[in-house]
Design a protein around this ligand. Structure first.
Ligand code: HT7
Ligand code: ZN
Length: 847
């Protein structure tokens, strides 16, 4: 049925040492010649090469053309029969023709605004030439590009160039998914970096003419990434040049091609007027991420795509650590956990749940998920927690030393950690192979100075995995005495059983426990605790994550109660008041405490407790709690809003961003009282995108955004990235009742260039982010959304399939909404000629 299974893995029966490619570029008919130096590992094997949408022009072995009887050509590849193959090493030469201009799927070689560009991960190289397109086949690439574009780039080092041609040689063996080519009219912002061993590397940030005034930050981020990887992991860059290119049409965020990273332009281009603080943080993080792949992904890659989290989870962990070091570590950890819960816990709770290392797939592009990336990173973080910083670094050193130049598995990775630590990590490995989020419950007793925590762990069944044996869970715990002093500093408890107790002796009084400090494991902690105790932790916990978590728990609980008519919890209202003006706490941290859980998070929590989530009641409860907070703390909020104003030049640094964040968090609440007056004034006076967009969103949320939206559009209609924000903001934040109609109206706007993935995501993602709007009871949001997935699928199946995850939360809602979502999914599934990407997703979503 087209399913690929992990258990079916077999090594490729040929070795491939070198690849020589020649591209003669033309939009409608690019010619690609490939010379592959192959050798059989054993006698008698057929040579199977992947190839899709290729027009075969010629095929020869050692210079002799093959006869039609020597091979078989299908829609997915080329098989050369064993009898036509020499016994020893040989050279296979193919020539094919492809049409980059017609490639709207943005996989393989395609064109974006006149520029040639490739995207080969996961299986795009097979749309460029016939090749063993699998990550365990690693070869050295030499590339010649011929074309009339002024800039011709590929991987590795430049080895020659003239009018209309350039040659590149990559000395590092790599799988085909790391191949890249870019050609077009591009301008570079140049820089350099001298590595720790004194080697000078040229750096270039390539963009389309006109965009070069927004590249400085990206260049600095490359330099900071290179330095950080040397300091934190001892990893040095290994080529003469590092090129980074920004592309407007791109399916995901960025791609770590060896020496030639390609980026979605929204993750490169930044100026204070056009990019928000969040954009700056993301740009730095993703530039770091792609650069760090040079060692965790490129030098050491994956044996097969089931091992994807080996490179992605580890590299996310590395980019999170980088951002934590560049900015405020505690705030970054909280942001990462908010994102993990919003995306990965949501995925784990629905029909798309899968382990970080899945064991089967139909379309690998559907597995670039939050579970592979973010949960994969959490698993690496747990290894660090279990081994400690020095033990972890020693294991990483061993990993790099042992596996450099190899295509590896999760087993290789675990073995490295076992060898480095002397521990048996067999049970720990379940984090990679088992899906689902463990729920951890805790009971407490205090007797004769001994305080005991008794934990139970349980993971609900997930698709295809009914049984969930207990996992090794590192639980970081500290104890706080009644006077607010910490009586037991952080200790990591290692839970291995389904039910297990841990005792703390010699205590003078019953302490308040601070459990799962730093979010030491990706679990749901269920602990019966009074609002007074949570407020106590919010005031006294020395662990910043758990301090924030206490406030979050209070907010979530009161919001859930308010959906069924309760009044806001007084303990919560008081506790937050103490923090808003607490000058000893960082502004970014205070902003995080002030921001309420999203409507989606509240719906998830309600569903997890076995109840039906009502999107309208959730929206109303959240609005009412904001109103109550504002009314209770108006003076403090107003004073803090004023105090956080930052005169002078915009700087993207964390300290300033934190103040802007707190200012906007105050403004969101004050807007409930001042009728939007402050937001309107800020919108008029803002000189940076953070405040301009923040104020615009608040006006939209109050139904007072029309004039501001019109001005914003007029000002930014030439800037695609800012226009994306215009689409998203108004849909995500407008009153829910109008979201679906607004989306339909915007889809008619000539600015809705829907074949551009950023623009498509801006509109559809904006709608689905409007929780109560997307889930409007009459199903208008679902219908509109499904119509567009159907329309996009034949043009760009990868993006259509990814966007279908908006339907993964179906089971949370009432029968009427559930039936409407099911009907839309069935309608999509029934479309004739639906892509493998979207048909796999709809099948899984339908369960
Ligand atoms: N390794 C890359 C993952 C990826 C991708 C990137 C862009 C377009 C399509 C893609 N398919 C897979 C990005 C990363 O994780 O760094
Ligand atoms: Zn990655």
């Amino acid at each position: 049925d087209g399913t690929t299974y992990l258990s079916d893995y077999r090594p490729y029966p040929f070795t491939l040492s070198t690849v020589s490619l020649t591209f003669r570029l033309a939009p409608r008919a690019t010619r690609v010649t490939a010379r592959l130096a192959l050798a059989p590992r054993a006698a008698g094997a057929a040579l199977q090469l992947d190839g899709e949408e290729l027009k075969l022009i010629s095929l020869a072995i050692d210079g002799a053309a093959l006869k039609p009887a020597d091979y078989r050509l299908t829609e997915t590849g080329l098989t050369i029969h064993p009898a036509a193959l020499p016994e020893g090493p040989f050279t296979l030469e193919t020539e094919v023709e492809i049409a980059p201009e017609a490639n709207t799927a943005l996989e393989g070689l395609y064109m974006s605004k006149g520029m040639y560009c490739t995207q080969c991960e996961a299986e795009g190289f097979r749309k460029i030439t016939f090749y063993p397109d699998r990550p365990d086949v690693m070869a050295r690439f030499h590339v010649r590009i011929e074309g009339d574009a002024p800039v011709l780039l590929s991987n590795g080092n430049p080895v020659g160039a003239g009018a209309g041609w350039a040659e590149w040689d990559d000395p590092w063996p790599k799988p085909a998914y790391l191949f890249a080519l870019v050609a077009g009219e591009l301008v570079a912002t140049p820089g350099s970096f001298t590595t720790m061993s004194g080697r000078k590397t040229d750096l270039n940030v390539w963009v389309r003419p006109g965009d070069e005034d927004r590249t400085d930050y990206a260049l600095g981020a490359i330099q900071r990434s290179m330095k950080w990887d040397e300091e934190a992991f001892g990893r040095e860059y290994d080529l003469d040049v590092f090129n980074l290119v920004a592309v407007d049409d791109f399916n995901m965020g960025a791609m770590e091609n060896k020496g030639l990273n390609i980026f979605n332009s929204k993750l490169v281009l930044a100026s204070p007027e056009t990019a928000t603080d969040l954009d700056y943080e993301r740009i730095e993080g993703v530039i770091g991420h792609e650069y760090f792949h040079n060692w965790t992904g490129d030098r050491i890659t994956c044996r097969d795509w089931f091992q994807l989290c080996l490179k992605e989870g580890l590299t996310v962990f590395r980019d999170q650590s980088f951002t934590a070091d560049m900015r405020l570590g505690a705030v970054k950890r909280i942001e990462d956990v908010i994102a993990l819960r919003a995306r990965q816990f949501r995925e784990d709770a629905g029909p798309l749940a899968h382990p970080p290392r899945p064991d089967h797939y139909r379309e690998i592009n559907n597995f670039y998920t939050s579970t592979v990336y973010e949960k994969g990173a959490e698993v690496v973080r747990m290894l660090q927690t279990l081994l400690g910083p020095d033990g972890f670094r020693a294991a990483m050193d061993l990993y790099f030393a042992r596996h450099d130049g190899q295509a590896c598995t999760i087993e290789d990775w675990i073995t490295v950690f076992e060898d480095a630590s002397g521990r048996d990590l067999g049970q720990f490995k379940r984090w990679y192979t088992d899906a689902g989020t463990p729920h951890l419950t805790v009971e407490e007793t205090f007797e004769n100075g001994t305080y005991t925590l008794e934990f139970s762990q349980e993971t609900k069944p997930t698709p295809g995995q009914a049984e969930k044996p207990p996992r090794l869970i590192p639980i970081a715990v500290g104890l706080i005495g009644p006077n607010g002093d910490e009586v037991v500093p952080t200790r990591v408890l290692e839970m291995t059983e389904a039910r297990q107790s841990f005792a703390f002796e010699g205590l003078g009084a019953r302490p308040v426990p601070s459990i799962l400090r730093g979010f030491s494991a990706p679990v749901v902690l269920e602990r019966q605790s009074s609002p007074a105790e949570q407020a106590f932790l919010l005031a006294h916990d020395t662990d910043p994550f758990n301090r924030w978590e206490a406030g979050r728990n209070l907010a979530r609980e009161t919001l859930i109660a308010m959906t069924t008519g309760a009044a806001p919890d007084a303990e919560y209202l008081d506790a937050v008041g103490g923090l808003i003006a607490d000058e000893s706490a960082d502004p970014a941290f205070r902003a995080l405490v002030l921001r309420l859980p999203s409507e989606d998070e509240i719906a998830q929590a309600i569903a997890a407790s076995g109840k039906v989530a009502d999107p309208d009641a959730i929206h109303a409860a959240r609005a009412a709690l904001m109103q109550a907070l504002a009314a209770r703390h108006e003076a403090t909020l107003a004073a803090t809003f004023d105090a956080c104003a930052l005169p002078g030049t915009y700087r993207p640094e964390a300290a300033d961003a934190g103040r802007r964040s707190l200012r906007l968090a105050c403004l969101a609440l004050l807007g409930r009282l001042d009728g939007g007056a402050r937001a309107a004034a800020l919108f008029d006076s803002a000189t940076n995108m953070t405040e301009s967009l923040g104020a615009l969103g608040l006006l939209v949320a109050q139904g007072k955004g029309e004039a501001a939206l019109a001005r914003f559009r007029a000002r930014w209609q030439e800037n695609a990235l800012v226009l994306d924000k215009w689409f998203t903001t108004q849909l995500a934040l407008c009153p829910p009742a109008e979201a679906a109609d607004r989306a339909a109206r915007l889809a008619e706007d000539p600015l809705f260039t829907w074949k551009n993935p950023n623009r498509f995501r801006a509109l559809m993602g904006g709608l689905s982010a409007n929780h109560a709007g997307f889930h409007r009871a009459d199903g208008a949001g679902y219908r509109f959304y499904a119509n567009w997935l159907i329309r996009l699928d034949p043009v760009n199946p990868q993006t259509a399939a990814r966007m279908s995850t908006a339907f993964e939360t179906r089971a949370r809602y009432d029968a009427g909404r559930q039936a409407k979502i099911r009907a839309e999914l069935e309608r999509i599934a029934a479309v004739e000629g639906l892509s493998r990407d979207l048909s796999e997703m709809t099948a899984r979503l339908l369960g």
